[in-house]
Design a protein around this ligand. Structure first.
Ligand code: KIV
Ligand code: ZN
Length: 374
């Protein structure tokens, strides 16, 4: 069984920050970058150096601070951007320049207003310019999923020949169906003669490198979420046959930090990092969980840095969950009948109140049993 190593590029600080309504200052970026480094993210995309003076300074600060991850900045395919990007990541132990240039007919015609040949030439020129500063150059063919495959193959071959080390093929507008996107990348790797000289990167999906953000934040509807990809790879390694080098116990702390600094609340039902990801309310689930957590959890909360699973008592809960929770509160019932009586009162209360706190629960035991604090 081959186990290819997946490189993880986290773009929380660049694409994530492009979410409408998010603005991170230099300190926020440094703090989040430190957390990403602890998480052992391979590449941290810290921002877009030419977009503002403050982002330039923030990237510089991240580059100075981070030792174990590569620090990267996005750059348009123009010399001025590339010069600023190179300057911003210069202090990094390992720095990357990430060039982006559109390759789809609709982008080339209306946004760039350039013929495909001119775009190809511009891309190659930009790569050669960037190579004066760094050996680590990523090139994103923006809107790759809507690009013509023949042109895409030509430009990818040309930029690799000019010195690109990572080729990213973003599904910029969330248009591609997953199998279609997979075959686009597979076809390019097979067709482009020098494809073995570069890492192919998926912006949304996982190939030899994945680009993603903490909590899935990002432009428009967001990006692929780092925690979901990393845990899918870890949990289903039997199926995916790849792995990452990430310290997954920092996933929940990273999620909390990004949520706090961006002001973007994580939905309770968000996989891996949501408040309810390891909470069980239904009687059937609680009964199973009490017998063995593997019945209803495919990963242990500790592996992602979360707290132990919770049995939330509500109207869907059963006797086993109720009894277990009451025992945790120090209440032991003298008989099965006493438990049944208290359980009936509990169910009645659930119809009257949405959230039951410990006081409410203790009250359900009152008639039959004085709470006995263990
Ligand atoms: O989605 C995209 O195309 C991007 C590029 C700017 C790299 O984020
Ligand atoms: Zn993007």
């Amino acid at each position: 069984m081959t186990r290819d190593m997946i490189t993880v590029l986290d773009t929380t600080l660049r694409d994530g920050e492009q979410s409408a309504g998010i603005n991170l200052n230099r300190q926020d970026k440094v703090d989040i970058a430190r957390m990403l480094e602890q998480l052992k993210v391979d590449v941290i995309e810290a921002g877009f150096a030419a977009s503002s003076e403050s982002d330039f300074e923030a990237i510089k600060a991240v580059a100075r601070e981070i030792k174990d991850s590569t620090v990267c900045s996005l750059s348009r395919a123009v010399e001025r951007d590339i010069d600023l990007t190179a300057e911003a990541v210069r202090g990094a132990r390992s720095g990357r320049i990430h060039i982006v240039l559109s390759t789809s007919p609709v982008h080339m015609r209306y946004k760039l207003q350039q013929a495909p040949e001119a775009v190809l030439e511009q891309g190659v020129h930009a790569v050669k310019h960037a190579r004066r500063y760094s050996d680590d150059i990523e090139f994103s063919c923006e809107d790759a999923s809507r690009s013509e495959s023949e042109f895409l193959a030509r430009i990818v071959e040309a930029i690799i020949a000019a010195g690109v080390t990572t080729v990213s093929l973003p599904d910029t507008v969330g248009y591609a169906m997953p199998p279609e996107y997979g075959s686009l990348i597979g076809r390019l790797i097979a067709q482009v003669p020098n494809s073995d000289k570069a890492t192919f990167s998926a912006h949304c999906h996982n190939d030899l490198q994945v680009e993603c953000t903490i909590n899935g934040i990002g432009e428009r509807a967001g990006n692929a979420s780092l925690e979901e990809i990393v845990m899918a790879i870890r949990t289903r390694h039997d199926h995916l046959e790849v792995r990452t080098g990430l310290e997954t116990r920092y996933l929940v702390p990273a999620s909390r930090l990004v949520s706090e600094r961006t002001g973007f609340v994580v939905q309770p039902n968000k996989a891996i990092v949501g408040r309810n990801a390891f909470a069980h309310e239904s009687g059937i689930h609680q009964d199973g969980m009490l017998k063995n957590p593997l019945t209803y959890q495919i990963m242990a909360p500790e592996t992602v840095g979360g707290q132990d699973y919770q049995l939330v008592l509500g109207k869907h809960s059963g006797r086993a969950g109720y009894r277990a929770r009451m025992e945790r509160l120090g209440v032991r019932f003298s008989s099965e009948d006493a438990l049944s009586e208290a359980f009936r009162r509990f169910k009645k209360l659930c119809d009257q109140k949405l959230h039951l706190d410990d006081k409410d629960l203790l009250a359900t035991a009152k008639k039959e049993e004085e709470p006995h604090v263990a």
